[in-house]
Write a protein that binds this ligand. Structure first.
Ligand code: PMV
Length: 322
């Protein structure tokens, strides 16, 4: 049985994070940062390596490794065990994670790792490695990590390109050419997606009428955003992002670092900007004319180390050493 290396892209949510958890459609684009997972057979146990950390499980018990990373790596071990038990034939496996995607920054890092891991392991075993199978396994992982994922992250990591996503049974591909103008700025600050989703659920429980009104505004905004993107009208797309950010601010998921990064992007010439992903810190996206955003990327990279002008990753999950 040979070693298999797979990769899956990061994503930015153009419109609709949190609203998608409540069943509204959202627009999401895969971008040019990837998580790579190398899968190798072992005589026994499940070994997960990430950077310099590693944990080895045998029959579900930790037998070696650093306790700080056990919880963050466990979902991948549970998923690997599920796949091995479903298919039999191999006693153990090693997953080595090498990711270009910052964690907890709103770029879907955990989903990309889960999707790449599921693809590598199913391919190594020679069992069903279709997108449907990979998504099914990766979703079990995401549920352990976030509690209540909409599924948007695993679907975009599997499919690549851009999706109009509502649920795992209701999504379509969407083509646009605004990507040369999408600037990703890492505002710093990290948080857990599960915690942010939970805080929005609390908002929904405490202020149902207010949430209903925000959802109504969001629905109208999404129609306008889709039209603006289809017309490649970056000024209107930017305006829509500013309104989406206002809704996210009202939901309580923005932060001072996010607002500062948004102001920097607008000062550098962006038409609009918003947080992407769960919020509470992490990345901001900004749109503007490509040449203006190129200069903005250079200027902002000095202040925000993890900033770049993103390109769409047309390819979703893939095997690297086919
Ligand atoms: O922060 P991320 O990259 O995990 O994105 C979360 C997106 C949410 O809409 C907040 C949650 C979800 O599952 O859709």
């Amino acid at each position: 049985m040979r070693q298999v290396r797979s990769s899956a892209p990061a994503k930015v949510i153009l419109f609709g994070e949190h609203f998608v958890v409540a069943g509204r459609p959202a627009l999401v684009t895969a971008i040019d940062r990837r998580a790579y997972v190398t899968c190798s057979p072992r005589s026994r146990g499940i070994l997960v390596r990430s950077g310099r950390s590693m944990v080895l499980w045998d029959r579900g018990r930790v037998v070696e490794g650093s306790s700080q990373v056990v919880n963050s790596l466990r979902p991948y071990q549970v998923m690997a065990r599920t796949i091995l038990e479903e298919h039999g034939g191999v006693e153990g496996v090693e997953l080595e994670i090498m990711s270009e995607i910052p964690r907890g920054a709103g770029l879907g890092s955990s989903a990309s790792v889960a999707v790449a891991s599921a693809k590598a392991l199913t391919t190594m075993l020679g069992v069903d490695n279709s997108s449907e199978a990979v998504i099914r396994y990766a979703m079990t992982c995401e549920k352990m990590i976030h509690g209540r994922p909409s599924g948007i992250d695993v679907h975009i990591a599997a499919a690549g390109g851009t999706l109009l996503y509502r649920s795992s049974s209701d999504w379509t591909s969407f083509t646009h050419n605004i990507s040369p103008g999408i600037l990703v700025i890492d505002s710093g600050g990290r948080r857990g997606t599960g915690k942010m989703v939970e805080s929005v659920q609390t908002f929904v429980r405490n202020k149902p009428a207010e949430f209903q009104e925000l959802t109504h505004v969001y629905d109208e905004l999404l129609k306008e955003s889709i039209e603006a993107i289809e017309a490649s009208n970056l000024r209107r797309v930017g305006m829509c992002m500013n309104i989406n950010q206002m809704l996210l601010r009202l939901l309580g998921v923005s932060s001072n670092s996010i607002e500062r990064a948004i102001n920097s992007a607008i000062s550098a010439g962006a038409y609009g900007a918003k947080l992407t992903g769960a919020g509470g810190g992490g990345c901001v996206i900004a749109v503007g004319e490509a040449d203006v955003m190129r200069r903005a990327a250079e200027a902002l990279a000095k202040k925000y180390a993890g900033s770049w002008l993103a390109a769409v990753a047309v390819e979703g999950v893939r095997v690297e050493n086919a």
